[in-house]
Design a protein around this ligand. Structure first.
Ligand code: MLT
Length: 221
C-alpha cells in the first residue's frame, strides 16, 4: 500500500501492511543519506518476512540528498535540528500507528547510517516509541544530559571494522550508553566498511528471529 493521505506532519513514506493482521512487530525503516523510502523495503522483508513495514523518507535535503536531520559536516550534527527531527519522527510514528492500525507498542526501527543515527536519537530522546532497534553502522548521535530508561528495549548494532565514516570508539560508546540506560545491546562486528553487507543481514536476521521468539514467550522483544 502506498499512501500519504491525511496523515498530519507527514513524511513521504510507504506502508506495507502485515501479511497476517495479528502479526507483530512493525518495522520502521530509515534509510541512509541520499536514500529514499524504497531503499530498505527488501531488507525489512528479509529481516521479518510478512511483517508490516513503515518506511520513511528523510525531510532534510543536503545537496538534494534526503536525510533525517541536518549536519554541519561529515559526522558533525546540527543537534538542535536533530532534536526537533527526532520528536517529529516519533510523533509521526505514533500518528501513523492510529492511521494504519498497527501496534504502537511494537515498533522496531531498522536504520542504516543516517537512519540508524536518528533511530539511536529516538531511543535516547523518546524512550517508549521504539520497542527495539537494529542499527546498521550507527554513530553516537549525542550524549544525553539524562539517560532514559530503556529497560525492556533490545538493540542490535552492526558495525564494520573498516568503516571510514564511523570510528570504532563511537560505536562502542553508543553501545555502552544504551547499556547504561538498561537496554539489552548486542553488537556485531565484521571486517567490512560502511555499506550493508550479507553479514549485516545474516546477523541481524538471526538476532531478530531470536528476539521475536523470546517475545512470544515473555512479551518483551
Ligand atoms: C550522518 O550524517 O548521519 C552520518 O555521518 C552518516 C551518514 O553519512 O549519513
Amino acid at each position: 500500500m502506498d499512501t500519504n493521505k491525511s496523515l498530519p506532519q507527514k513524511f513521504v513514506h510507504r506502508f506495507v501492511p502485515a501479511e497476517d493482521a495479528a502479526q507483530a512487530p512493525t518495522l520502521l525503516l530509515l534509510h541512509g543519506t541520499g536514500g529514499t523510502e524504497d531503499d530498505l523495503l527488501d531488507l525489512g522483508k528479509m529481516l521479518v518476512p510478512g511483517a508490516a513495514l513503515l518506511s520513511l523518507r528523510g525531510k532534510v535535503l543536503e545537496n538534494g540528498m534526503p536525510r533525517f536531520f541536518r549536519r554541519l559536516a561529515e559526522g558533525v550534527f546540527d543537534l538542535e535540528d536533530l532534536r526537533f527531527r527526532t520528536h517529529e519522527l516519533a510523533d509521526f510514528v505514533q500518528t501513523a500507528s492510529q492511521f494504519y492500525h498497527f501496534d504502537a507498542a511494537n515498533v522496531i526501527a531498522v536504520g542504516y547510517s543516517n537512519g540508524a543515527n536518528i533511530a539511536a536519537s529516538t531511543l535516547l530522546l523518546r524512550p517508549g516509541v521504539l520497542a527495539g532497534a537494529l542499527l546498521f553502522h550507527p554513530m553516537l548521535p549525542f550524549i544525553p544530559e539524562q539517560l532514559p530508561d530503556l529497560q525492556g528495549t533490545a538493540v542490535f548494532i552492526s558495525a564494520g571494522r573498516r568503516d571510514p565514516i564511523v570510528p570504532q570508539p563511537q560505536t562502542e560508546k553508543l553501545a555502552q550508553l544504551l547499556q547504561e540506560a538498561h537496554a539489552t545491546v548486542t553488537t556485531h562486528w565484521h571486517e567490512g566498511g560502511h555499506s550493508i553487507n550479507h553479514e549485516d543481514v545474516r546477523q541481524g536476521r538471526t538476532w531478530i528471529k531470536a528476539r521475536l521468539k523470546l517475545a512470544a514467550q515473555t512479551d518483551l522483544i
